[in-house]
Design a protein around this ligand. Structure first.
Ligand code: CO8
Length: 261
């Protein structure tokens, strides 16, 4: 049996957290089609698994992922990528995941690597992380959301400068720009990420999924539509047993026991 291109572990500590690790270390976790297909299958399976509340995706110390596999793509034709529905076919699967996705980024997150991190809900970066959209330097442009999600995260001026120069951006600069939630020492990355993942996983799953859905709606709607959607979803939480449990536990000065209902 050949090595999986993405490794998957369901953790017991913290509970209800799954860890996906890109596994092409010899090529800086370059993202080829076979990896994308495995990732899409694993994300769908974990999203459907009631024992999993949060999915963490990581790479290795040197690279989260250095982008699409350039050697694989170099000779592809327009007809091939269009007919194959390249990128859309496998990578859009990440958009359907309803549970929180945390990108734990150490080393390079470039091109498709940076774009996949931006498809996740939270990026936590090691202090050695480097982000960038260097496609311009190989005669192409970002193709997995870089020109759309990056300006929404960091604004037009920075997105333009980053994509037009292809320069690498440090973790600290990425945090200051708003791309990254938090920067932590490289040797503490997984500890910090797991503390965050474990905290989220301890809450009511439907409430957690509603937070994700409503925040994402902010990028797809007008303010008025988004506020109405939020209000309806807030009202809807009053149909959950977990809302009763959470508020009663507060009043009774005890820890809530959420049942994800
Ligand atoms: N594709 C294929 N192989 C790669 C890639 C890549 N993106 N990145 C690194 N490798 C390989 C190298 O070829 C090398 O292989 P070998 O040992 O056989 O020569 C090995 O990984 C180690 O890399 P380096 O020797 O280059 O290591 P350095 O430490 O000198 O440099 C860098 C590391 C800076 C990460 C450098 O490798 C680099 O610049 N890589 C390319 C980065 C890049 O341009 N990424 C954008 C790719 S295009 C893209 O992502 C399109 C997005 C839309 C599609 C999204 C679908 C996933």
């Amino acid at each position: 049996m050949s090595e999986p291109l993405v490794r998957v572990e369901k953790l017991t500590q913290p509970a209800k957290v799954a860890l996906i690790t890109f596994n092409r270390p010899k090529v800086m976790n370059a993202l080829n089609d076979a990896l994308a297909e495995e990732l899409a299958e694993q994300l769908a399976a974990l999203d459907a698994d009631p024992d999993v509340h949060v999915i963490v995706v990581t790479g290795n110390e040197k690279a989260f992922a250095a982008g699409a596999d350039i050697a694989a793509m170099a000779e592809w034709t327009y007809a091939k990528v269009y007919n194959d529905n390249y990128i859309t076919k496998h990578w859009e699967a990440a958009k359907s995941v309803r549970k929180p996705l945390i990108a734990a980024v150490s080393g390079y997150a470039l091109g498709g690597g940076c774009e996949f991190a931006m498809m996740c809900d939270v990026i936590i970066a090691a202090d050695n992380a480097k982000f960038g959209q260097p496609e311009i330097s190989i005669g192409t442009i970002p193709g997995m959301g870089g020109t759309q999600r990056l300006p929404r995260a960091v604004g037009k001026a920075k997105a333009m400068e980053w994509c037009l120069t292809g320069r690498f951006v440090t973790a600290q600069e990425a945090e200051a720009a708003g791309l990254v939630a938090r920067v932590v020492p490289a040797d503490k990355l997984m500890e910090e990420v797991m503390a965050t993942a474990g905290k989220i996983a301890s809450f009511s799953l439907p409430a957690v999924m509603k937070v994700k859905e409503t925040i994402n709606a902010a990028f797809e709607t007008t303010l008025a539509q988004g506020l109405t959607f939020e209000r309806r979803e807030f009202h809807a939480t009053f149909a959950l047993a977990d809302q009763k449990e959470g508020m009663r536990a507060f009043v009774e000065k005890r820890k809530p026991d959420f049942k994800n209902q």
